[in-house]
Design a protein around this ligand. Structure first.
Ligand code: ACO
Length: 319
């Protein structure tokens, strides 16, 4: 049976870095509070006029280069984002044009911080069946634009960035199992209610969050999702070489690794450097560990995301 394999990874972070000490000068917070509760030390923030598709473009070019592919090979683009450039066209279509891709399909997936896991699961089916040959799957966000920078409970947590993978067909290595979940009745614990209607923004354009409810939901749902995908594939926690979870918060990551049964030295954690970049977080962490040489071909990876909706999911793969 053919598998869909990650053939290359890439990522991009905007130039501007906002450290905790800079935030200390702007709002009533402290580096000590932020680091002890979240593990976050800094986040990147996009420049004025820098769009999600611009971040996605940089990450996509690097992933294509790593895979030894070019725009002429790509026949599917899926962008996971909560912060599209505009209502429509989709960010995937805008990216297609910026990349100079002139063939294939392009669409966005909206599952907030789980977006990349959802998008990769969709690409898995579309590539493994042979319907598409070379997919670009990207998580890209300018989450800084959904934040009230005077709200210390939320603004310290997030940042902007993009991560991308090229997915192509392979007979030996690839995605072994996926699991996706959602519970819309929990929508109120993490949301941005604002939308455009009759020429104006209706609802709150800033992120609202019940942090403790999100914390509990993330650990419960991802713990269960990990068990489901392991059972599906007949693998055990000790078969996981690298655990690449959503980078929301170091405490969530540590608690989750414990629950899944992966030792700390096998967990990829990048949240300190870029905060929570929503749909970009998993591919950003993946690319970091591929480029610094930790992740090697043939190793088994568990990728996981959780986010607004609430949504969650896991992808187990042989890299
Ligand atoms: N600096 C200083 N003090 C703060 C800050 C801050 N940045 N933020 C909140 N506080 C204060 C609160 O005002 C409160 O003070 P009070 O007792 O005087 O009212 C106190 O700290 C405790 O606030 P809590 O909200 O109870 O803090 P908690 O220990 O729950 O930590 C946190 C908050 C870090 C958000 C935690 O709930 C958490 O990690 N939740 C997970 C949420 C998350 O990671 N969200 C990311 C998006 S969701 C996702 O990606 C899945």
């Amino acid at each position: 049976m053919s598998l869909a394999r990650i053939a290359g990874t890439g990522s991009y972070l905007p130039e501007r870095v906002v450290t905790n000490s800079e935030l200390e000068g702007r709002i009533d917070t402290s580096d000590e509070w932020i680091v002890s509760r979240t593990g976050i030390e800094a986040r990147h923030v996009a420049a004025d006029g820098e769009l999600t598709s611009d971040l996605a473009l940089q990450a996509a070019r690097k992933a294509l280069e790593a895979a030894g592919r070019g725009p002429g090979d790509v026949d599917l683009i899926i962008v996971a984002t909560t912060t599209p450039d505009m209502v429509f066209p989709s960010t995937a279509c805008i990216l297609q044009s910026k990349l100079g891709v002139q063939q294939g399909a392009a669409f966005d997936v909206q599952a907030v911080c789980t977006g990349f896991i959802y998008a990769l699961s969709v690409a898995d089916r579309m590539v493994a069946t042979g319907a598409h040959r070379c997919a670009l799957v990207i998580g890209a966000e300018v989450f800084s634009r959904l934040l009230d920078w005077n709200d210390r409970r939320t603004c310290v947590l997030f940042g902007d960035g993009a991560g991308a993978v090229v997915v192509s067909r392979d007979e030996a290595h690839g995605i072994l199992g996926t699991h996706l979940g959602a519970d819309g009745s929990l929508g109120h614990i993490l949301r941005v209610t604002g939308g455009i209607a009759e020429g104006a923004v209706r609802g709150n354009p800033f992120l609202e969050m019940d942090g403790q409810a999100v914390f509990r939901t993330a650990i419960r749902t991802l713990g269960e999702s990990a068990q489901t995908v392991l059972q599906q594939t007949g693998l055990r926690a000790r078969d996981i070489d690298w655990f690449v979870p959503h980078q929301a918060n170091a405490r969530i990551i540590n608690a989750l690794a414990d629950r899944v049964g992966v030792p700390a030295e096998r967990v990829v954690t990048t949240v300190a450097r870029h905060g929570n970049t929503s749909a970009a977080s998993v591919p950003l962490a993946l690319d970091t560990a591929v480029r610094d040489g930790r992740i090697q071909a043939g190793e088994t990876l568990m990728l996981q995301g959780v986010g607004g909706g609430m949504t969650w999911g896991s992808v187990l793969l042989r890299y």
